[in-house]
Design a protein around this ligand. Structure first.
Ligand code: ZN
Length: 406
């Protein structure tokens, strides 16, 4: 009997979360009071904020049984809102995922579907095998559930400066790892076409910054955001983009383990953030990193520090000039509009992000967060048919940024 209970519990744990009838509400805050009210509302863990608390809109996923309550609350607060998604499950069902091979071997990468970790890591290993003079793959640490933090270095040997690009620190933002691997393909497989840019830097790419969360978002809960660590009680995971050791927990983060923005019991509690930080500190001892990009979705923002407070960095003009070069090149490809600025001022203060740490502690001057497509029509359920155009425009933006310094 006990065994049966255990088996049933294991089965239940493996069951996939469904989002039938879950809606996404778009709220339009105007005054700083409105933002404060939304920040308070975020403490209600039945709600799932798809965007940060931000102007001009904040998107909130709400379970069907709470729709009426939320609408009432928003009316009370005088916050205008509309419904942008009526059934999240329906969008999830339409998502094109490359089903993993049953024998656990990697499937060949393409950019017309979203791939599992085994395929992405397999692609990196394949490149190392096919281009041994140019590509090195290493593990910079292990995740909480003991998956490799696989990093790929692309170097043609002529560069003295370095560039960092990571994706997938938030598990459900599937377009991020897809675009980072797209950039990887451009660097390596399309080297001849891109050599003027590739040769300028040693490129360090970490396509899956949060491997446990990413896999969990495929196998159990599509909208999982955090890591999969267990610190207390029944709630799992830490927001890895609130966990970095720079002005940690000062604003826009939570000490509640059940919150989507739980900053962790202490800075760098998560092996995923700690290993990346240790690696960057060691590799940047000579301050050879010029750029740091952490790729997220969604909203179409090219953001710079600071995120922890409503202040501009002293060298904001430099960050804006280089960043806007990227934004303009990006927009030229498909006309996708991006907004540039410091994340706290453009959105809302949130401390403990990797971009703040990279600049404030890691000594990388040009540190940016990219929030890729879209502006909420699909949100995290961006169709796989948009991977290629999103990859194209992002790559053009990064290339223009990379050339800016020459
Ligand atoms: Zn994110």
């Amino acid at each position: 009997m006990k065994l049966l209970v255990l088996l049933l519990a294991a089965f239940a744990a493996a069951e996939r979360v469904r989002y039938d009838g879950y809606e996404v509400k778009r709220v339009f805050p105007k005054e700083s009071d409105d933002l404060r009210h939304l920040a308070e509302l975020r403490h209600d863990n039945r709600l799932d904020f798809w965007t940060e608390v931000q102007k001009p809109y904040t998107d909130i996923m709400v379970p069907p049984q709470m729709v009426e309550e939320l609408e009432g609350r928003l009316r009370e607060l005088g916050l205008p809102f509309m419904t942008i998604i009526r059934d999240v499950q329906k969008l999830s069902d339409e998502q094109k995922v490359a089903e993993p091979n049953e024998d656990g071997t990697p499937r060949a990468m393409d950019w017309t579907s979203y791939h599992r970790l085994v395929d992405i890591h397999g692609y990196m290993d394949q490149l190392a095998e096919d281009y041994p003079d140019m590509v090195t793959v290493m593990s910079i640490g292990s995740s909480y559930e003991d998956r490799d933090m696989k990093l790929i270095k692309v170097s043609t040997g002529s560069a003295t400066q370095k560039m960092w690009i990571d994706g997938g620190i938030h598990a459900r933002e599937w377009i991020a790892p897809a675009v980072v691997t797209y950039i990887l393909r451009e660097l390596v497989e399309n080297y001849e076409e891109n050599r003027d840019v590739v040769d300028l830097y040693d490129w360090y790419l970490l396509p899956l910054h949060n491997p446990d969360g990413y896999e969990y978002s495929h196998t159990n809960a599509r909208l999982w955001r955090k890591t999969r660590s267990r610190w207390s009680g029944s709630c799992v995971g830490v927001d890895p983009n609130r966990n970095w050791d720079y002005h940690w927990m000062e604003q826009g983060a939570s000490s509640d383990p059940c919150s989507e923005i739980y900053a962790g019991p202490e800075p760098f509690s998560e092996p995923e953030t700690r290993s990346a930080a240790d690696f960057i500190m060691a590799e940047n001892a000579d301050e050879s990193f010029v750029g740091f990009f952490t790729v997220h979705s969604y909203g179409q923002y090219w953001l710079c520090p600071w995120g922890y407070d409503y202040i501009y960095p002293d060298d904001y003009d430099d960050l804006e000039d280089a960043g806007m070069t990227g934004v303009n090149a990006l927009e030229d490809v498909h006309g996708t509009q991006f907004t540039f600025g410091p994340s706290a001022i453009v959105l809302y203060a949130a401390a403990g992000g990797s971009d703040d740490w990279a600049k404030g502690v890691g000594n990388i001057k040009y540190s940016y967060t990219l929030e890729l497509r879209d502006t909420g029509f699909w949100g995290f359920e961006l169709p796989a048919s948009q991977i290629v155009p999103t990859g194209q425009e992002t790559w053009e933006g990064i290339k223009a940024f990379a050339r800016y310094f020459q």
